[in-house]
Design a protein around this ligand. Structure first.
Ligand code: PGA
Ligand code: ZN
Length: 425
């Protein structure tokens, strides 16, 4: 059972404070977890508790840390750590708000994940197997974000993330190697064209480009120059993060210097889909433009994965609406959007039962914590996005997946193109 819960303030990959939690059980088992943080956050996300004031520009998390030490910890002492659902419910009851505003989703999530790590150690199982059981065996396609724009870069590129999906590889290890070769080839392509090779928040290159479509063209060139085939070896994927450039008052999207309607945005996506082998589009429309989403899915949903991030915020209520209205066909899964492991697993479960795909995801602000790599395998979700294959905050997760693939040995199965049934068919 849980004997001790401690917490501290550490730094994330952007140099902002975040919460780290340690849990110790009475059998000596220990678990530790650190909490990520977004930049292009959805309005419906659970609340991240920040101190305000002068320290760390107001971004300190000492209140969240104190909440763990003084309130959450004492409440949980004596709980069986393997009763994750009861542990998480006890924290929700103690917070007693809809959006974890009192104690903070950052405090609650840190404890939730650290408890899972401690329980896994106590059970002498790797985390992915402790959570996923004997059927957890699918290595996800690494959706590598090699060109950063939007809120993650200092450029004029509207689309936040241009990802590559190595769908043709037969193992995760080979997929990662292919991704790295494209990443390095892209650097050479950018250099040759006199474009910046500086990096954005998720480790991808962040050049200024005349049009968004130029990013797709540059990546296509990089794939070919790496000796790989666009479409069969490597698919493309986007996170438009369009809420960031949506003007809610006018109801228009500020894209490439123009104010566009949802229909005009959809027309642009249809052009891109016709010209490039795009397997997945995330947040193509704004977080409350439900009609726009349903319109897009009815047009292209049979051919491409349409992923709700800010739309769903890993929240089963919002996901249920999306399923009913056919507003998407995939869920982006971010543990800190909802703030507990139990609720995260509930969202994945609901998505899968509705025939939605799931993509496990990091945040743009990350730490060395690798929990999401294990969650991707535990849920057999087949897809993970955790940035470029560079920078330790991103690579830590990709490296953990190498360890898991090795641990699974002959039982390991790489999802590959099957992660995108619409594309594979
Ligand atoms: P964020 O970006 O972590 O800054 O929200 C990631 C995403 O939008 O998927
Ligand atoms: Zn997103």
């Amino acid at each position: 059972s849980i004997e001790f819960v401690g917490a501290r303030e550490i730094l994330d990959s952007r140099g902002n404070p975040t919460v780290e939690v340690e849990v110790i059980l009475d059998d000596g088992s220990e678990g530790r977890a650190a909490v990520p943080s977004g930049a292009s956050t959805g309005a419906f996300e659970a609340v991240e508790l920040r101190d305000g004031g002068k320290r760390y520009g107001g971004k300190g998390v000492s209140k969240a840390v104190l909440g763990v030490i003084d309130q959450l910890g004492p409440e949980l002492v004596g709980y069986d750590a393997s009763e994750q659902r009861l542990v998480d419910q006890a924290m929700l009851d103690l917070d007693a708000t809809d959006n974890k505003a009192k104690l903070g989703a950052n405090a609650i999530l840190g404890v939730s994940l650290a408890v899972a790590h401690a329980a896994a150690q106590s059970a002498e199982l790797p985390l992915y197997r402790y959570i996923g059981g004997p059927n957890a065996h699918t290595l996800p396609v690494p959706m590598m974000n090699i060109l950063n724009g939007g809120a993650h870069a200092d450029s004029d590129v509207d689309v936040q993330e241009f990802m590559i999906a190595p769908i043709g590889a037969s193992t995760y290890r080979d997929a990662l190697e292919q991704g790295v070769s494209v990443y390095h080839a892209l650097k050479s392509v950018l250099k040759k064209q006199g474009l910046s090779t500086g990096l954005g928040d998720e480790g991808g290159f962040a050049p200024s480009l005349p049009r968004n479509v130029a990013a797709l063209e540059l990546i296509a060139t990089a794939i070919e120059s790496a000796g790989l085939k666009l479409g069969t070896d490597i698919g493309l994927a986007l996170d438009v993060a369009s809420t960031e450039f949506f003007d809610a008052k006018a109801g228009t999207y500020g894209f490439e210097g123009k104010q566009l309607s949802a229909d005009e945005m959809i027309a642009i996506y249809e052009e891109w889909l016709a010209a490039f082998p795009i397997v997945s589009i995330e947040d193509p429309l704004a977080e409350d433009d439900w009609a726009g989403w349903s319109g897009l899915v009815s047009k292209v949903g049979a051919d491409v994965q349409v992923v709700g991030d800010d739309l769903f915020v890993t929240n089963v209520e919002r996901l249920r609406r999306g399923i009913d209205e056919k507003a998407a066909n995939a869920l982006l899964v971010k543990v800190n959007q909802i703030g507990s492991l139990t609720e995260t697993l509930d969202a994945v479960d609901l998505a899968h039962r509705a025939g939605f795909a799931c993509m496990m995801s990091h945040r743009s602000g990350e730490t060395e914590d690798t929990t999401i790599a294990d969650l991707a395998v535990a849920t057999n979700c087949g897809q993970i996005k955790t940035g470029a294959p560079a920078r330790s905050d991103r690579v830590a997760k990709y490296n953990q997946l190498l360890r898991i693939e090795e641990d699974l040995d002959d039982a390991a199965r790489y999802a590959g193109a099957s992660a995108f049934p619409r594309f594979a068919a």
